[in-house]
Design a protein around this ligand. Structure first.
Ligand SMILES: [Zn+2]
Ligand SMILES: [Zn+2]
Length: 140
C-alpha cells in the first residue's frame, strides 16, 4: 500500500449497502486486473465479477428461469462474448452490483443484457421461493 492510496469507504457507491462478503469485495476490487467469470445461459454470455461462492449462487438462481442448465466459466468463452456491447462494457469500479445473499456480483454487460440478467435473477429468486414454499407445504 503506497501513501498515495485513498482510503476506501465501505458504504459503497450510489448508496448501495456495503458488501459483507470480503471475498466478493476483493473480487470487485480486482475488476481492473481482469479476473472475470462468465455466465452462459441460452443466448446470454455475461461477464461477471464476484467471489466463487456468490457467482455460483447467482448462476444457480438464474438457472431457475430456464430449462437449460447455466454454465459458469472462469475464462472467456471459446466463441467470445457474442454481444459487442457487452464485450466492450467498461471494466470500471462503480458499475452496478447485484446483492447476492451477503455478497455482491457485478455484471460487466451492456445495459440491455444487464437488465435482462438482473431480471432473470429476480425471477429465479421468486421461483426458488415458490418451490421451497410448496415443498414445505408437502412436508407438513
Ligand atoms: Zn462473496
Ligand atoms: Zn450485451
Amino acid at each position: 500500500m503506497s501513501p498515495t492510496d485513498v482510503p476506501r469507504q465501505r458504504e459503497g457507491v450510489q448508496g448501495q449497502p456495503p458488501i459483507e462478503c470480503d471475498d466478493c469485495e476483493s473480487a470487485l476490487d480486482a475488476t481492473s486486473r481482469g479476473s472475470v467469470s462468465f455466465l452462459l445461459l441460452e443466448q446470454l454470455a455475461v461477464p461477471l465479477v464476484g467471489c466463487d461462492a456468490h457467482l455460483e449462487r447467482f448462476v444457480d438462481v438464474c438457472g431457475f428461469t430456464s430449462d437449460e442448465t447455466p454454465d459458469l466459466l472462469d475464462h472467456r468463452p471459446a466463441g467470445g462474448v457474442r454481444c459487442p456491447s457487452c464485450q466492450f462494457a467498461p471494466h470500471s469500479p462503480g458499475h452496478p452490483v447485484v446483492p447476492v445473499q451477503d455478497g455482491a456480483v457485478a455484471l460487466l454487460a451492456c445495459p440491455e443484457h444487464q437488465s435482462e440478467t438482473i431480471g432473470r435473477f429476480h425471477t429465479g429468486l421468486e421461483t426458488e421461493q415458490q418451490l421451497s414454499a410448496s415443498l414445505d407445504g408437502l412436508s407438513q
